[in-house]
Structure formats: C-alpha cells, structure tokens
Design a protein. Structure first.
Length: 255
C-alpha cells in the first residue's frame, strides 16, 4: 500500500506534466540574455500568462518526477529493513520535496517581461512574421531573480537525485545479496522493482539532449524550428515514457 502511494504520485505527476506539454508545444528562441517562448499549442486560445503557467508547471513537475525516482530507491532500501514507514509519513516526505517546485511555480509570473519589453526582444531577435501569429512570451534577461532561481533548481535537483539513486541502488543490491531469511519469490519481486527503477532513472537522461540543444541555441547556432522545439521535447519525454515502463514492469507483479 505504501509503495502504491509512490506509484500514484508518479502517475499523477507525469500525467499533469504530459498534459501541460501538449497544451503548450513550445519553440524556444535564445540570443544572449534574451529568450522567447513561442507557444504553438491550444493554450494560446486562453492567454499568454496561462501558456507560461502551464510551461512552468510542466518543467517543475518533470523535476519532481526525477525526485520521486530517488525517493522510490530510498523507500526500497527502507522496505528491506525491519523499520516501517507509514503512508502518511511517506506522503509528507513527498510534499516536502515538492515544496521548492511549488514556491517557484506560484511565482512564475516573474519569469517573463511585460509587453513593451517583449517588442524590443522580437525586433532584436528578428522573429519571422509566421511565428508572431502564435502566443509569445519573452524575457529581456534570463538573469532575473525568478529565472536564475528556476535555472539553478533545474540544474541542482537532478544532481542530488542521481546521487541518491546511485547510493540507494547500491545499498539495495547489497541488502538483497546479504538477506538469507527472505523467500526467492520476494527477492525476485524486489529485484524486478529495482530493475524497473533503474530503467526509469535512465529516462531523464533526455534532459541532457534538451539542455544540449539549449546550449547550441545560446551559442548562436543557426536557428531552425526543430532545434528550437528540442529543449522542451527533451525535458517532457520522461513524463510520457514513465507510465509505459511502469505498466510493463509492475503488471506481472500484480498477477
């Protein structure tokens, strides 16, 4: 029941992140400290602030999804000891981990510039007229307080999460090897779950591709619609693939 809570949190997080990404469909134009988000999704029928809100939601929930993988490895280590963790305590830990994302997300309006400032950005970046038919949100400088805090969070959280994943995975494997009073069926279940979590942990590597394309855009590589779309594609990919892997690995254990 306790582990089911983690599965539910992951499923809900990935679902909302995937829906948010589908509503935005972003192209990202970067030059120097200026950045423009071109929203080609249906969010544009509502408002530009709604588009940016959904983009921020997708970004922070993707980070939370990575944190949940680390929590799952940690919980798997706890499950192999006599210590027990209640559903309430586990959910409290999840909420605490989510807190930085919530604080950054609710202040997301500070991440983009007012209309007059954006006009200067559009003229400076020479965005084509075809792009101007979509909803566009821009920031004159990505060095603002909110943008800097979000960037640091997005960069630092995966490092912490993967450190926890590597340490806890090694600890779980050692515990499974040392345990002698556990049935082979139960050991197999734990090994299958560890294997599933390991595969899940590889998915966010697509973030590297997203960050790499963002670096290329920042370095002045000739712009193209595909390259401008790739940063958010790399970020949102794990949220789409995670549920499929969960069904693949967990379904046999339920039979």
């Amino acid at each position: 029941q306790t582990y089911s809570l983690l599965l539910f949190n992951s499923a809900l997080t990935d679902f909302i992140a995937s829906v948010s990404d589908a509503l935005t469909i972003i192209r990202m134009v970067v030059e120097g400290p200026s950045i423009v988000y071109i929203y080609q999704g249906p969010c544009g029928r509502i408002s530009e602030s709604f588009c940016f809100f959904m983009y921020s939601l997708m970004l922070h929930l993707t980070m939370h999804s990575i944190a949940l993988i680390a929590i799952s490895f940690w919980y798997r280590s706890i499950a192999l000891t006599p210590n027990t963790l209640s559903v309430l305590h586990l959910q409290l830990i999840v909420f605490i981990i989510l807190t930085p994302s919530v604080l950054l997300h609710v202040s997301c309006k500070g991440g983009y510039s007012p209309f007059r400032s954006k006009v200067a950005i559009f003229l400076h970046l020479s965005i084509g007229l075809s792009a101007l038919s979509f909803v566009i949100v821009g920031s004159v400088s990505t060095m603002g307080v909110h943008t800097t805090a979000s960037t640091l969070y997005v960069c630092i959280l995966p490092i912490i999460a993967y450190t926890v994943i590597i340490v806890m995975r090694r600890r779980v494997k050692h515990k499974l090897t040392d345990l002698t009073n556990m049935s082979e069926r139960t050991k197999l279940m734990h090994k299958t779950l560890v294997r599933a979590l390991t595969v899940h942990a590889f998915l966010p590597m697509s973030l590297c591709a997203g960050v790499g394309s963002f670096v290329l855009l920042s370095a002045g590589i000739p712009r193209s619609e595909l390259l401008e779309s790739f940063p958010t594609m790399g970020v949102s990919f794990p949220s789409v693939a995670n549920p499929l892997l969960t069904f693949y690995f967990v379904s046999p254990l339920r039979r």
